[in-house]
Ligand binder design. Structure first.
Ligand SMILES: *[C@@H]1O[C@H](CO)[C@@H](O)[C@H](O)[C@H]1NC(C)=O
Ligand SMILES: *[C@@H]1O[C@H](CO)[C@@H](O)[C@H](O)[C@H]1NC(C)=O
Length: 324
């Protein structure tokens, strides 16, 4: 009976989780990344649309405190950005104009100004990079955060640092900018979160549901290379439920994600944003390595003459014959 109970508890993830000390290639809940990759966007061509870029992100970026049910990350914002993360998921509680960082009931010992300062510091040091930020209200229901968000931007960042358009920027336009993916009403502060193609099946009631979770991740990643290239694809590998902590889910789904990425031989495909809990430096690197490398046109050689080039050749021959 005791043995059965133990097995059941392991199954639902209530025990068997060593707390805060695992560093694997796919999963890391130690305080710091194994290695950094702070300026990988430099090599992306200027004319490439941001929607064509494959990049790593974190789900509930600032959820570092509050116990196993609330915690989704262990690295600070500065460490995440320097490790290569370019998509942030920020949830703010709105109380009388103040925007504090929350994951559900858990206060994350920071306010929105700290997040903005972290992004500003990073972009000033690495101006070729861009940072995308999903922004929404959490643990308050004012449905009116626009004014406070603008206020915080003026106080802790610069208005010109934002990408002020609903349209998808090119890499050249995005460099040095914070792109807010706005999940709240009000005038345009950036792009609309709802304009992305999103797979976010975050409800994983027990660890018996991890396979279903992985299936949804897999299907969306498989669809990304052939999806609309002008639309940003966003896939969350994260999930949680009453009998499955974020850590327990990440330890399983990240491993599947890692094996999936490793089995792909063609790195020349768009996967979009892959958003994770407790990612490790090697899986971040793997995602970064998927980039659409544009064919350098001036060096390509086309052995079959096109109609236009034939026309040109004929007309220049004619001219020569006439002048002779
Ligand atoms: C906003 O909330 C944070 C965290 O509770 C606090 O430190 C800060 O002083 C507050 N700011 C204002 C203007 O009330
Ligand atoms: C940013 O890009 C420019 C132009 O490609 C390059 O010269 C510079 O070294 C890059 N800066 C960083 C920090 O990578």
């Amino acid at each position: 009976m005791m043995k059965m109970l133990m097995e059941l508890m392991v199954l639902v993830g209530l025990i068997g989780l060593s707390h805060g000390a695992i560093q694997r290639p796919d999963y890391d809940d130690t305080p710091n990344p194994e290695f950094l990759n702070p300026s990988w966007m430099t090599s992306i061509p200027d004319d490439q649309l941001l929607s064509e870029v494959t990049m790593p992100g974190t789900h509930n970026t600032m959820a570092l405190y509050g116990g196993v049910y609330a915690e989704c990350q262990t690295w600070s914002l500065a460490s995440q950005l320097r490790a290569g993360i370019r998509f942030l998921d920020i949830r703010v509680r709105h109380v009388k104009g103040n925007l504090t960082i929350h994951h559900g009931v858990s206060y994350q010992r920071a306010h929105f100004g700290h997040v903005l300062e972290g992004v500003v510091d990073f972009l000033q040091e690495y101006p070729n990079e861009t940072v995308l930020m999903r922004l929404r209200e959490e643990f308050s229901e004012t449905y009116d955060i626009y004014g406070s968000v603008v206020d915080f931007i003026h106080r802790y960042a610069h208005w010109d640092m934002l990408w002020h358009s609903r349209l998808v920027p090119t890499m050249a336009e995005a460099r040095g900018k914070l792109i807010i993916l706005q999940e709240f009403s009000g005038p345009d502060l950036g792009m609309r979160y709802g304009s992305l193609d999103i797979a976010d099946h975050w409800k994983v009631p027990t660890l018996l549901h991890v396979d279903e979770k992985w299936q949804s991740v897999y299907e969306h990643l498989e669809a990304a290379p052939t999806g609309n290239m002008a639309q940003i694809f966003l896939t969350y590998s994260s999930g949680a439920g009453l009998f499955a902590y974020p850590r327990a889910v990440a330890q399983r789904v990240n491993a599947q994600l890692y094996n999936y990425l490793r089995s792909k031989t063609d790195l020349n495909q768009r996967l979009g944003i892959v958003c994770m809990d407790f990612p490790a430096a090697p899986i971040i690197q793997m995602i970064i390595d998927f980039q659409l490398k544009k064919v350098i046109k001036s060096q390509s050689f086309n052995p079959v003459p096109t109609r236009a080039s034939l026309k040109n050749a004929i007309s220049s021959l004619r001219k020569k014959m006439i002048t002779q």
